[in-house]
Design a protein around this ligand. Sequence first.
Ligand SMILES: Cc1cc2nc3c(=O)[nH]c(=O)nc-3n(C[C@H](O)[C@H](O)[C@H](O)COP(=O)(O)OP(=O)(O)OC[C@H]3O[C@@H](n4cnc5c(N)ncnc54)[C@H](O)[C@@H]3O)c2cc1C
Ligand code: SF4
Length: 331
Amino acid sequence: MLTLPRLQLHRPGSVREAVELLASKPNARVLAGGTDIVPNLKHGIYETEHLIALRGLSSELRYVRRDGGRDGDSIRLGALCTIDQLSKDPDVLQSLPALADACRQIAGPQLRKMGTLGGNLCLDTRCVYINQSYFWRSALGFCLKKDGTACHVVAQGLRCVAAASNDTAPVLLALGASVRIVGPRGERVVPLADFYLHDGIHNTVLEPDELLVEAAVPLPAARLKQAFFKLRTRAAIDYSAINLAVALAVSPAGLVTALRLCVSALAARPALINRLQDLVGQPADLHLAEELGRRAQKQCKPLTNIGVDPAYRREILPVLVRRTVLRAIAS
Ligand SMILES: Cc1cc2nc3c(=O)[nH]c(=O)nc-3n(C[C@H](O)[C@H](O)[C@H](O)COP(=O)(O)OP(=O)(O)OC[C@H]3O[C@@H](n4cnc5c(N)ncnc54)[C@H](O)[C@@H]3O)c2cc1C
Ligand code: SF4
């Protein structure tokens, strides 16, 4: 049986208290729904003696709110919204259907009721060589991410390439979301496009004493044609082998006026596909869907970081992009 290390649990009653605790306890970690951090603690992936539980912040951080801000209308999602809640919320279903779809496909029913949006956006990266017991990892000599000096995915690799496996991230990236972060130095808003880093050991710009409190999606997103797709081995309780999301603005004449495509579960950072500007003004049709598939395949490089054959993932990617783009266009 895997057991938890000795930990002190702190239960702040407000964001301010939580941030103060994070700043005063070195190596403290945040516990939201606990569906990811608890197994990782049992596997000895973190060195920490203090957990800061967010449950007491629910009245502050569990909301879906529409509002008109300086930069126009947006839909604001508190970090403690559960995945289950977002999959059923009427505003999310109406304005951000691709997000509701992604949430419906995360883990299983119990995990969706416990798991939160904040925990999903801050989810640790995954790799077949790290999401294992301490004993299993010790037999292999550990790896760069924890306790070792080598990467087993990229020989001589100097950087961890474990996969970002959170299903809300590609959708919120495609929809142009930003996140609000609170820490002892104040508050900052970071476009999600700048939130993730190419480093599987710590793949976000969050400092250890900061809390992600909200994601905001600009509401023109509600008028976008949007779709999410998740490739997984089993249709239940499986992490993505590839996940992707597309958002398109299409004129009444059927021409693309804006588009974003995000592909993830391949590397540490969800990949917003670059250099799509020349496709603006093109008809939203099969040709566009196929071209997006080709560009995604060119820019993405599946690795042996998860237990699904990278050659298969590379071949299937343009097919999945084409189908998802056509689904978005038809929506
Ligand atoms: C069997 C199984 C299957 C799963 N399948 C999927 C899947 O298909 N897709 C998927 O996306 N996920 C999956 N998950 C992972 C997980 O259940 C979800 O990602 C969930 O949304 C995580 O949220 P949480 O609140 O439980 O996070 P926690 O476990 O509480 O936290 C996750 C990480 O985020 C940090 N954190 C949490 N909240 C904040 C915050 N507000 N600010 C700063 N840091 C924070 C924690 O410190 C921790 O490092 C699965 C998990 C299991 C056990
Ligand atoms: S990608 Fe390499 S360093 Fe990162 S968890 Fe996997 S084996 Fe370890």
